[in-house]
Design a protein around this ligand. Structure first.
Ligand code: NAD
Length: 326
């Protein structure tokens, strides 16, 4: 199978590319290298292209035809919540416009199968229980809105053009499958905690009075290698050897189904580095939901996939990758 991976030079995309290559698939990466790095794609062909640009539809369609693509994994997107608040129109152009361009190019080139990177950000402030794919969507920022709009576009294109598509709603992605593919952006708790520890500073805890077991916020941390494996299973679902038939568009949560509190994450770092870590507790941040944890049964039913790694694996691989990078 020939797979075009957009955003394949990024943190998650590079893991997907490496797994697909290891399975013997032919992989072509499309990336503008805005946050991605060329050295992450290994032997895969890399086409440097801004997918949000006007010329992207024709350029990508020509590439899809040239390489004989069977499927696209579309990860390329801007992912900074803070930036999306100050540059909303640009975020819509990049993330929604880019996704529209990818879908149009696939239609032109008659590529029938897509796996799309969505996010748990589409749910916004989830309630206390597990979040299912049928839970209400109510994103709390333009970034999350662009992901939800992307899902709608994907669904509508699947219907209109007979495509088979899966949108994967990732929960909190962390860890490293290989030391050289660690997350270079310190945007979520796991790299942030390690950064504070290495700087000799206490990790910050925003609120210890939330309605949770230990008072700190609970999230569902999924190992990036588990997530990459979910993409391989998703590709097998949308692009089976017989090509599949009929249109299909579905959304699936990709998490572990297990929540970890901020204090538990900090405790996992203390175990991984073998010394105590004392956090500094500050007040709550506005808009931080106390708990967001995935129901993962639908992904298990549809893909036969479940996360195999836990918080300790995530933290240990993060520490190992950081030590290797020194
Ligand atoms: N990291 C997470 O916790 C998380 C959670 C939920 C969803 N996601 C989604 O997963 C996807 C990958 O995220 P990541 O963490 O690997 O981020 P990343 O920034 O490491 O990777 C994104 C890649 O896309 C490329 N890119 C961005 N805009 C582009 C454009 N207009 N044209 C071409 N290439 C472009 C970047 O250069 C980069 O290589 C994104 O769609 C993101 O929204 C990530």
């Amino acid at each position: 199978m020939t797979v075009v991976v957009t955003g394949g030079a990024g943190y998650i995309g590079a893991h997907v590319v490496r797994l697909l290559a290891a399975r013997g698939e032919r992989v072509v990466v499309v990336d503008d290298l805005s946050s991605g790095r060329a050295e992450r794609v290994g032997d895969a062909r890399l086409e440097v292209m801004d997918l949000a640009a006007d010329v992207a539809v024709d350029r990508l369609a020509a590439l899809l035809v040239e390489v004989g693509a069977h499927a696209v994994v579309h990860l390329a997107a801007r992912k900074r919540v803070d930036e999306s608040l100050t540059r909303p129109t640009w975020y819509y152009r990049q993330n929604v416009g880019g996704t529209a361009n990818v879908l149009e190019a696939m239609h032109q080139a008659e590529v029938p199968a897509l796996v799309f990177s969505s996010s748990a950000a589409v749910y916004g402030a989830a309630g206390a229980g597990l979040v299912t794919e049928d839970s209400p969507t109510s994103p709390m920022n333009p970034y999350g809105e662009t992901k939800l709009a992307g899902e709608w576009l994907v669904r509508d294109a699947a219907r209109a053009w007979g495509m088979r598509c899966l949108s994967l709603r990732y929960f909190n992605v962390a860890g490293a499958g290989w030391d050289d593919l660690h997350d270079p952006a310190a945007l979520n708790l796991v790299p942030l905690v390690l950064g504070r520890i290495r700087a000799g500073l206490p990790p910050l805890v925003f609120g210890a009075d939330h309605p949770t077991t230990d008072g700190t916020c609970i999230r569902d941390y999924v190992h990036v290698l588990d997530l990459a494996e979910a993409h391989v299973a998703a590709l097998d679902h949308v692009a089976p050897p017989d090509g599949g038939s009929g249109d299909h568009a579905e959304v699936l949560n990709v998490g572990t189904g297990v929540g970890s509190s901020v204090l538990e994450v900090i405790g996992a770092f203390a175990s991984a580095i073998g010394s105590p870590v004392v956090p500094e507790v500050l007040g709550r941040r506005a808009g931080d939901p106390p708990q967001v944890v995935a129901s993962v049964d639908r992904a298990a039913d549809v893909l036969g996939w479940r996360a195999a790694r836990d918080l300790a694996d995530i933290v240990q691989s993060t520490v190992a990758a950081e030590l290797a990078a020194r």
